[in-house]
Design a protein around this ligand. Sequence first.
Ligand code: 2RA
Length: 414
Amino acid sequence: MKFSGAITLLLAISSTTSAFTLNNPHRPTSFVTSNRSTIQQPQQALSTTTRTSRTSHLSMSSDTATSSPPISVGVVGATGAVGVEIVNCLNKFSSLNVSQLRIFGSKRSAGTTRDTGKFGDVEVELFGVEAARECDVVFLAVSGDFSLEHAKAISEGDDGAVVIDNSSAFRYDKDIPLVVPEINGECSKGNKLIANPNCTTAIGLMALWPLHKLFKLKKVAMSTYQAASGAGQPGMDELKEGTRAVIAGERDVAENSIFAHPLPFNVIPQIDKFMENGYTKEEMKVTWEARKICGLPDDFPVSCTAVRIPTFRAHAETIVIETEEPVDIEAARKAFEEAPGIKLVDNTAELEYPMPLTATGQYDVEVGRLRKSLVFGDNGMEFFVVGDQLLRGAALNAVLVAETMVENGSLGAK
Ligand code: 2RA
């Protein structure tokens, strides 16, 4: 059993590794143009009528891209797992009309050159606030400490750059918008510094928001199964190398330095540090951020148990809700079919449901296993969500924020 499990995991690793290369084979089947009207593209051949795709809001039309004003874009942390995906989104799918892509790094990487696809070979510049301020928009994919030190200096004043920050530095600052464009994109209007949410929150809220609009959420309980990518490339490397070492018979148990315990062949019910109330900080991020993004009261009940599992880069979540209004599963299904950024994968007769292997590399969050809750009866529902942690959970969301800000007039050429 142990051996066959190891083989299965090895196969999963090789297939997942190829799935998250820059050449993403999963292409959206419908897009939203810069005025957010949906253009339906021919659907892929679907194996069933209930495996539907309603996809991304990103326009792939070069007409759309060139009709928006040209802007210069800076990326800080472009060689990290999130930074790579930001460049990938800009390069392949975004409707932003990028006149210049600038990459900023430390002394160690300054002067080296990166292949950035259609933007050509770009030399990494030594980061400096003044240079970053010259850009129209800067994506920060670096540590919270770096963001705390520099984000406001880059963005302040009329001639500063719009900054979209991937760290947690400003997420809980009441004066700084925390944005999932499909939910509260309008909050970005007129702002120069925007916080991008935690990946776990962004993925879960993509599914919770349509349900809130339909049935009005009363309570939310979430359990997560989070991929190694949440700890960046070093986390994925530790999972891969540890799994290889165990399968090769070099070790009984993998070594660990990134995660609190060995991740291969294990699950770890701890992500981030423990707080006084017994929850981890990752779990409390879900609570704090869901309230802020959805405009819910400060005491709205949202609870999470966050668990690290040995997958590479898509986070899975079981979500249980209690609702004010009675739940209608067919109405929920229809809402998910129509919601941008969601793919309904819910055909248990054909064993089709969301999974990390199918969600990896995809812009849409997969939602399935829809059912009324045995605990809450008519006023409750349970479902399963999987989203690519590096895309919806980070890079894609950030790029969509920038697109939204171009549309609402908050981002343009200086
Ligand atoms: C994790 N959510 O999965 C975190 C990353 N931001 O570790």
